[in-house]
Structures are given as C-alpha cells and as structure tokens.
Write a protein that binds this ligand. Sequence first.
Ligand code: SF4
Length: 375
Amino acid sequence: MRRTTISIRPGSKRNAKNWSSPLSVEVPKKPFLAGSLREELAAWCVKECMAKFRANQIAEWLYKHGVIDPAEMKNLPLPLRGMLDSRFYAPGSRVTETAGTPGGTEKLLLELFDGETIEMVLIPGREERLTFCLSTQVGCPVQCLFCASGRGGLVRNLSAGEMVEEFLLGSRRAGRRPDNIVFMGIGEGLLNFDELQKTLHILSAPEYFGMSPRRITVSTSGYVPGMLKFAELGKEYTLAISLHAPDDETRAKIIPGKVRYPISEIMAAADRYLEKAGRMVTLEYTLLDGINDSPAAAQKMARLAREHHAKINLIPYNATDSKFRRPSPKAIAEFEKMISDAGAHVTVRTERGSENAAACGQLRARHGKHRAEKN
Ligand code: SF4
C-alpha cells in the first residue's frame, strides 16, 4: 500500500491519540483514481496483469468524460470496476453543503476521505465565463488575521487527486468545465508544491484537461522559496501575490510572522518569475479600513507596481467576524484613483453575488463548529 506523508497540526486530537510525531506522520492511504497520471494507470494495470489499453479506457473516463466513479465506467468489465472501487479513492470527496445560488456564485463544502473539509467556489463572469476557485490545503499555516480559513492553522496538504476531484465535482455541479481556475481557496499552495505542480500539469496538458496555462492562476501569500521554484517551471501559469500592504510594517498587522517574508524578497522572486515565465504578476490587495487604505499606501503601492512591472488588484474586504472593516465605496474609489493617477495598472475585484455566499472559510468554520458540537 502506498504511504503518504501528511502534516498534522500540533495539538490535533488524532495526533495526540494515535500518531507519534507532532508535525509530520505517515499514514496508510489509498491512491486517488482522479489525478492518476496515464503512466501510473498503465503501471497499475501491468502490476495487476491487465492489458494496458484498460489504462487508456480509465483515463478517457476521468479526463474526457469527467467520471470518477468506476460504477459509471460502462465499457470496463465488472471485476475491474470492483477492483478500482476497492483499491482507489474513487472519489474520496463529496459535496456536503452549498451556499449561494446555482448559476450565481456558489460555494461548495467538500468532505474528504478522512472527514476533513475544504471549500471551493463556482464564480460566473461576463459572457458566460465560469471560474473555479480551488483549495490546496486543509486549513492554512499563514493565518492572515482577516481570514476565517487560517484560524485553526494547517491540518494537512491536499493530494493532487483531491485537487483534481475539486475540479471534477465542480464541473459536475456546474454542468460544464470552467474557463478559468484560480488557486485562491483555502491554503498556501506553494507550500504544497509537488502536489500542486502535478495538478497544474493535469489541468493544462493536452492529454488531460488541456486548459491554457494562462487561464490558471496560482495565488501565494509571498512564500519566497515556493515562488522561486514556481518561476523555474518556466510555464505561463499566472501568479498572484497577496501582498495587502506596501511595506513590511503594515503587512505585519495583517499577516503574522510564521510564513511572512520581507517585501523586498517577495518582489525579487516576482522579478524572477517575470524573467522565466514572461508574465506580469498581479499584486492582490485586500483593502482594510484604517489599516492599509491611506494615500501614502496608495502612492507606495503604485511605485512598487511600476518598478516591478506588476498590476494591482484591489479587493474590498468581505467582512468576517474579524476586527477588520471594509472601507466605504468612496474610500475604495479614491484609493484606486490615486494608484491609477500615479501611473500603475489597477483594477477593483467585482463581486458577483458573493454576499449571498458565505465569506471565505466560513462554511468550513461552521461545519467544524457543528462537528465539535456533535462530539
Ligand atoms: S488569506 Fe489565504 S493565505 Fe491567508 S490565511 Fe487565508 S487561505 Fe491562508
């Protein structure tokens, strides 16, 4: 049986009861059928003394028809369907709760094979475009102070199979494939680099889902070692950096110290990405009333963006139960104008019914509360 390393948050019940190491333990875990590479499926067929063409049939079901459940793979013999069902997670995740409206912005709560939960969001856009926002970890070690997702810290990384399942379950819910993917859900994806890289390959390679890499955005809180590895891929995936402040002092009021790098190092890694991938980065900036919305901050951000050939995306804060507040519409418009007048490229993220869906991490937080109440 394949063994996979899973990181566990210190103090977790499981960790205290069953596992010896506080931060990283090995647990037996079946592979995921979704997210299996064609060569992995071929090797499995050979090991099980089956013809290799069966691997192609399974891959067609997964990557052409979007089918994860072997029971629906009608051209496979029944014994093979049974084997796939028992040897793999197929699927390992299921949608247990939704918020928002079908056809509008819709948030899905996914329960994973081990009972943990993550969120993904379906976001409709102009001209019937559809974007999926996917998670990369269960919980998040960055723990930005305005974000409900980071509150409990990191539980574990998601496997590539689980991220591909998010894509497939979202596609089934929407009745179609998305036009864009953003890895801006729960987690710092670049801390889960290998599994994220495999997922990106499956989403973009022509023999799998064949999406344009430019339509896939990876968001980072500025985890510099991961950004440098991402740059070295030399692929045209889009990179977004959640900067939220133009200087380290202001940033420290928003992102605690654990996974926070100096802005100078983050921007040097952004320059490396520009050089290797030939793409502009986007600096994501969550506007927080009285924290990072001053005229001086707008001027500094404009300078930073100009110097590093980056664009700025302003995100009016979607209030959770944190201490932060969203600036008024007038203050948001003025901040945007100051950046624009200073010669930098700036946009404001438009909201499409997100007020009807729970803010980031709240579905999961609510689910966790219910679980705790039941136990
Ligand atoms: S905003 Fe993103 S990086 Fe920050 S805690 Fe939330 S999920 Fe993590």
